[in-house]
Design a protein around this ligand. Structure first.
Ligand SMILES: NC(=O)c1ccc[n+]([C@@H]2O[C@H](COP(=O)([O-])OP(=O)(O)OC[C@H]3O[C@@H](n4cnc5c(N)ncnc54)[C@H](OP(=O)(O)O)[C@@H]3O)[C@@H](O)[C@H]2O)c1
Length: 235
């Protein structure tokens, strides 16, 4: 079985680890990046010289160009992992239209049009898998991130609606990470880790495992949300 997967925002951090883990497990991976070309090249080397593709996912024409190039140079997609996202912190009364659009243009609009373009390729092949990386912030409200929470809650509902719309050929599921740490944690992360039943932050490999599960699970499993959050969403 051919298992060609595009991972968006895969130059660094969680996306990079998802790409490396999927490559290790036998997937043919394609790396998307926006500004981190050097890191994307490094990730690609770690994925057996995988192809890399650049695009700004806040712009629909760029998304269409990206999927055209992927199809031409990599081949029609079997799987898509929508990982790229933006994250900012503002008091809600300070949020401007530009701040709102900055988040939604990538986290929700960009994710939808990536699903649309990927699904068009998958439909022709009669099968496909999409995994949208949402967030604990799409399940639980965070007061200083209302715009981000709204975008990720939207992505969770987008996942469910698309699962219905794209069945039976394509399954669509979502993985919602809790606190996944890379650099030194800030006070907000520290507070969340303290509240996490598992009493530690998550590892990017744990997010990658959940993505791998949906990419290989029975296609009868669709429209589902899997939180990788050490139990924090249960509090
Ligand atoms: N880290 C966490 O604790 C956590 C918690 C919950 C949910 N999540 C979710 O997990 C996913 C990965 O998290 P992360 O912390 O690893 O993400 P991140 O580093 O903040 O962002 C991932 C990538 O998104 C890409 N990106 C941003 N704007 C873009 C644009 N306009 N067009 C194309 N790509 C763009 C960036 O690519 P370039 O670097 O190439 O510009 C970036 O490397 C995200 O969906 C995030 O919301 C993370």
């Amino acid at each position: 079985m051919s298992r060609r997967v595009l991972i968006t925002g895969a130059a660094k951090r969680i996306g990079r680890v998802i790409a490396i883990e999927l490559h290790r497990k036998g997937f043919e991976v394609a790396i998307h990046y926006h500004t981190s070309q050097r890191e994307a090249r490094q990730t690609a080397r770690e994925c057996g010289d995988a192809p890399i593709f650049q695009a700004d996912l806040s712009k629909v024409p760029e998304i269409q160009r990206l999927f055209g190039e992927v199809r031409e140079k990599f081949g029609p997609l079997d799987c898509l992992v929508n990982n790229a996202a933006r994250f900012t912190r503002f008091q809600p009364l300070e949020i401007t239209e530009a701040d709102w659009d900055f988040i939604h243009s990538v986290n929700l609009k960009g994710a939808f049009f990536c699903c649309r373009e990927a699904a068009r390729q998958m439909r022709e092949r009669g099968a496909g898998r999409i995994v949208n990386i949402s967030s604990l912030g799409g399940i639980r409200p965070w007061a200083d991130h209302v715009h981000y929470c709204a975008s990720k809650a939207g992505l969770i509902m987008l996942t469910k609606a698309l699962a219905k719309a794209l069945a039976p050929a394509i399954s669509v599921n979502s993985v919602a990470p809790g606190v996944i740490l890379f650099e030194r944690d800030d006070d907000e992360a520290q507070r969340m880790i303290k509240a996490t039943p598992m009493q530690r932050p998550g590892k990017p490999e744990e997010v990658a495992d959940a993505v791998h599960y949906f990419l290989t699970a029975p296609p009868f499993i669709t429209g589902q949300l899997l939180a990788v959050d050490g139990g924090l969403s249960q509090r």
